[in-house]
Design a binder for this molecule. Structure first.
Ligand code: T3D
Length: 255
C-alpha cells in the first residue's frame, strides 16, 4: 500500500496521506512521495488546485519517531533538510491553490504542513499540537515563521513551548485556520471551486502574500504594481471582464 494516494477529480489533485495505523506520520519514502505529488501538481496543466487530507482518524502526527531514532534511518538534519523544508517550499511556491482538509489530529510537522496550505479547513473534532517541545525539538516545517504571523507572537510562543492541544474551533477563533467544519465535503468543494477560477491570478495573489511576509510597504506596493500588470495581460482577466459586461458566467482557462 502506497504511503500517499493521489488522484485527479474535476481538475483537483486529491492527495491523501496514507499511513493510518501510524497516524500518517512521515517516513522518508512518504516525504519524497508527497514532494513528487506536489511537483506533479505544479507542472500538470490538467491540475488547477490541490486538496491535501489524511486517511483514518488523523491528519498527520509529524515525523515517524521510530524512523527518527532508528540507526538505519536518516540523520535528523537530513530529515529537516530533505523532507520537510522542500515540502514547505513546494507548498508555498506551487502555482495552484492548495486546500487542506484536516481530518483529525495534526501534530508536529503535520500541523505545520497543514498551516502552510493556502486555505485550511478542519473537521470540528480535529486538533492541532505543536508537539515538538515535548520531545526536546524545536518547531520545524516553517512553524516558527508561519504560526506567529497567523496568531501573533505571544500565542505562538505559548503553544510552541507548552505543546498544548488546540481544537479546530479554537484554531479558527485565533485565525490559525480558515474554518472548522462538520463535514470536509466543504473543503473538497472549495478546492473544486478554486480549480475553476483564474489560476494564474490566484498564483500571483499567493506570490504577493508570500512576499508580504517580509517586504516593506513600499516593496509590496511595487510588487502589486508588477503583478497586477501581469494579471491584466492574462486570458482570464479578459474573459472575466467580458463575461461581467455580457452578463454571462465566465469560462476561465487558468491562463
Ligand atoms: O528527527 C526529527 O524528528 C526531526 C523532525 C521533526 C518533525 C516532527 O514532526 S517532530 C514531532 C513528532 N510528532 C510527535 O511528537 C507526535 C507524537 N504523537 C503523539 O503525540 C500522539 O500520537 C498524538 C497526540 C498525535 C495522538 O495521540 P493518540 O492517543 O490519539 O494516538 P496514539 O495512541 O498515541 O497513536 C496511535 C498509533 O500511532 C500508535 O501506534 P501503535 O501503538 O498503535 O502501534 C503510535 O505509536 C503511533 N504514532 C503516533 N504518532 C507517531 C506514531 N508513530 C511514530 N511516530 C509518530 N509521530
Amino acid at each position: 500500500m502506497s504511503d500517499i494516494l493521489s488522484r485527479i477529480e474535476d481538475n483537483v489533485l486529491i492527495i491523501t496521506l496514507n499511513r493510518a495505523d501510524k497516524l500518517n506520520s512521515f517516513v522518508r519514502p512518504m516525504a519524497f512521495a508527497l514532494q513528487e505529488a506536489l511537483d506533479e501538481a505544479n507542472y500538470n496543466p490538467e491540475i488547477r488546485a490541490v486538496y491535501l487530507t489524511g486517511e483514518g482518524r488523523a491528519f498527520c502526527a509529524g515525523q515517524d519517531l521510530a524512523e527518527a531514532i532508528s540507526k538505519e534511518g536518516p540523520e535528523l538534519e537530513n530529515i529537516v533538510k530533505e523532507h520537510y523544508n522542500p515540502i514547505i517550499e513546494k507548498l508555498r511556491n506551487l502555482k495552484k491553490p492548495v486546500v487542506c482538509g484536516v481530518n483529525g489530529v495534526a501534530a508536529g510537522a503535520g500541523a505545520n504542513i497543514a498551516l502552510a496550505c493556502d486555505v485550511v479547513f478542519a473537521l470540528n473534532k480535529a486538533s492541532f499540537i505543536q508537539a515538538f517541545s515535548k520531545i526536546g525539538l524545536i518547531p520545524d516545517s516553517g512553524g516558527t515563521f508561519t504560526l506567529p504571523r497567523l496568531i501573533g507572537f505571544q500565542r505562538a510562543s505559548a503553544l510552541m513551548m507548552l505543546g498544548d492541544k488546540i481544537s479546530a474551533d479554537e484554531a479558527q477563533q485565533m485565525g490559525m485556520i480558515y474554518k472548522s467544519v462538520e463535514d470536509l465535503d466543504e473543503a473538497l468543494n472549495t478546492a473544486k471551486k478554486l480549480a475553476k477560477m483564474p489560476t494564474k491570478g490566484l498564483w500571483l495573489t499567493k506570490k504577493a502574500l508570500n512576499e508580504s511576509m517580509t517586504n516593506t510597504l513600499t516593496d509590496q506596493l511595487n510588487l502589486e504594481e508588477k503583478l497586477q500588470t501581469e494579471a491584466g495581460k492574462s486570458f482570464d482577466y479578459n474573459e472575466g471582464v467580458n463575461a461581467f459586461l455580457d452578463k454571462r458566467k465566465p469560462i476561465f482557462k487558468g491562463e
